[in-house]
Design a protein around this ligand. Sequence first.
Ligand SMILES: [Zn+2]
Length: 121
Amino acid sequence: MQRWTSQLSTILNIVYEAEHFLSAEQVYRELRGMEKDIGLATVYRNLKKMVSQGLISEVSWNDVRYYTRHPFSNAFFVCEKCGNMIRVDIPIADQNYLSDEIGMQVSGWRMTFRGICRRCE
Ligand SMILES: [Zn+2]
């Protein structure tokens, strides 16, 4: 249990401190860099658990799942040149408000901006 908890918080920190969305593989590489002995399957399992607990959010892009810290921001910018994915924190995702407003149960949303990132400009 202790092991699970410490793995969870280590992975959570990586996702929370990252400026960009991270795939499970990228989280795994970070862990290796920190000389943490956590397998890729465990990383996947932990990420899935954190998503189900609402600690982080998940988006899929080109069949790869990416993770980010902000559970209320599902908006992201994708560079059409390099594929870099950047989180966009815009405060429009009040799901309760939306549910009331349109009279339907909103369970999620996603907004994608596309263009050229600063690096590629
Ligand atoms: Zn770019």
